[in-house]
Design a protein around this ligand. Structure first.
Ligand code: NAP
Length: 492
């Protein structure tokens, strides 16, 4: 007999959604483990200045738990963290959570038909079901630059922001120009004496229609939830059109992509007069190959006298500064690393997972292809739901992924209940058929047909395949989750 019905690794929105679903299905003996000291996943870890959601907040919540109180169209990070706390309280999840607990790995015990989960410094725990909700962007990437360890000033990665370090009057460097840097740079620039931004790959940035949500609108949302649902539907539909037309159906609708690119070019042209600076800030890859972002104050920051955009590659870091390949050295006090996340070396999966006959998930994905049936289950891994799988990310709001996976869980567990069984495993055939379908669809997308070679996009795995996003509409993802053939699974 297992100690727990299920162990969920990760207390972010994905893990909490899965826990809510398991509770709805009647499981209450749950253990949610997280290596951090509190819940919220990415919204607990990330606290850098300027942090905000980069899609409209009305779409960034569980549909069954709308939040009428977002202060802005793009809510700041701490509000999302508070929302996560509210969800944990309302759905009585906290009593299942255990923090500061690093899960080392998990192994399927065929004889006992259960998962054995190893916990650093503790006793292993057993569970009938294992769910990993460890996030896509959860393993910080430290840049491998010569000399970085010898830097004697302050080093901060954006996932480990040091609130006690005062940037005022400092000479700082930011390495990286992804979505995080775009939020960070304008927020800290005015405090600094000098800021040098090291850009390796430019990012497409469009205008951000960000406004405070007036109190009367918030009141209306709280009083008549249907009004907020209508706004959510409108927001989701816009995101869906952007994703489906501009990225997934690039072959059929290249115009949609070009509209996106033109909007970004126009935004840049409006904000930057200097043609040389504009050239440097213009990406050389097709819009959509990597995640574009929104900002109204990113570009103008580079017009400030004390802010410099450096596009010459970094050669090395010395104890007091950064030297570029042309030999130029910039002395700095603080090195701010907005260098993102390592998805493909130390994630997928985030922990060692050994399935039937000792199949190692990480090795299997790397030696074969990255794959997961409906982005959630894997053959030879019974009773395992991998919530951050290849082809699982559907749409632009992560909550779409979470909720379609909750639907999949509902159908799967109801089927087991009806059969009076407790073990499931997806069949090799169903998995292969799904992989073929996804591979076929990705052929029409920007990832296959666009010029993505210079994008350095984390959407691509080490095999050069864009296996992160599910290349279908979110409508299709939800429909599949509610109707997948039950005999795609073997039950015991
Ligand atoms: P990212 O998009 O991966 O950007 C990392 C940046 O660091 C890139 O510009 C990268 O350059 C650069 N870099 C990495 N290693 C480097 C090195 N050794 N030398 C020089 N440059 C280096 O990471 P991110 O900005 O943290 O964003 C990741 C994702 O998080 C986003 O795509 C978005 O989905 C999400 N995000 C969401 C929000 C939000 O909703 N609020 C906010 C921020 C981020 P290359 O491109 O050349 O590799």
């Amino acid at each position: 007999m297992s100690e727990y019905d299920a162990v969920i690794v990760g207390a972010g929105f994905g893990g909490m959604g899965a826990a809510i679903q398991l509770k709805r299905l009647g499981f209450d003996n749950l253990l949610i483990l997280d290596r951090e000291s509190d819940l919220g996943g990415t919204w607990h870890v990330n606290r850098y200045p300027g942090l905000a959601v980069d899609i409209p907040s009305s779409t960034y919540s569980y549909s069954f738990e709308p939040n009428p109180y977002w202060s802005r169209l793009f809510a700041p990070g701490e509000e999302i963290k508070r929302y996560a706390e509210h969800v944990a309280d309302k759905y009585d999840l906290r009593r299942h959570m255990q923090f500061d607990t690093v899960v080392d790995g998990a192994r399927w015990d065929e004889e006992a038909q259960q998962w054995v989960v190893s916990v650093k410094g503790g006793k292993p725990v057993t569970a009938t079901y294992l769910l990993t909700a460890t996030g896509f962007l959860s393993q910080p990437k430290m840049p491998d630059i010569e000399g970085i360890d010898g830097f004697q000033g302050k080093v901060i990665h954006t996932t480990a922001w040091d609130d006690d370090y005062d940037l005022t009057g400092k000479r700082a460097a930011v390495i990286g120009t992804g979505a995080t840097a775009v939020q960070l740079i304008p927020t800290i620039a005015d405090r600094l004496a000098e800021l040098t931004v090291y850009q390796r790959t430019a990012i497409w940035v469009s205008a951000k229609p960000d406004y405070p949500v007036p109190t009367r609108v918030r009141k209306a949302f709280a009083k008549v939830p249907l009004t907020q649902r209508a706004v959510r539907l409108a927001g989701s539909s816009i995101l869906e059109v952007l994703m489906v037309a501009g990225v997934l159906h690039y072959k059929e609708l290249p115009i949609a992509n070009r509209i996106g690119e033109r909007a970004c070019r126009a935004h840049l042209a409006r904000q930057i007069r200097d043609p040389e600076l504009r050239r440097k800030l213009t990406p050389d890859y097709t819009f959509g190959c990597k995640r574009p972002t929104f900002s109204n104050d990113y570009y103008p920051t580079f017009t400030k006298e004390h802010v410099h955009l450096e596009t010459t590659p970094i050669a090395r870091i010395e104890k007091d500064g950064i030297v570029t390949s042309d030999g130029h050295k910039t002395e700095i006090d603080a090195l701010l690393l907005a260098t993102g996340f390592n998805l493909w070396d130390v994630n997928f999966p985030a922990i060692e997972i050994l399935g039937r006959d000792g199949r190692d998930l990480g090795k299997w994905w790397r030696e074969n292809r990255f794959q997961a049936y409906e982005g959630i289950t894997v053959p030879s891994f019974p009773n395992f739901l991998s919530l951050n799988s290849p082809y699982s990310y559907s749409g632009l709001s992560y909550f779409t992924t979470i909720e379609s996976q909750m639907k999949h869980m509902d159908r799967l567990f109801q089927a087991m209940k009806r059969r009076g069984v407790t073990t499931f495993e997806v069949s090799e055939e169903a998995n292969a058929e799904f992989l073929d379908r996804m591979t076929d669809k990705i052929g029409n997308s920007i990832f296959t047909l666009g010029q993505c070679a210079t994008a350095n996009s984390y959407y691509f795995n080490p095999h050069g395949e864009a296996t992160l996003l599910r290349p279908t509409t979110t409508v299709n993802a939800f429909r599949d989750a509610a109707t997948f053939p039950l005999d795609d699974y073997v039950y015991a």
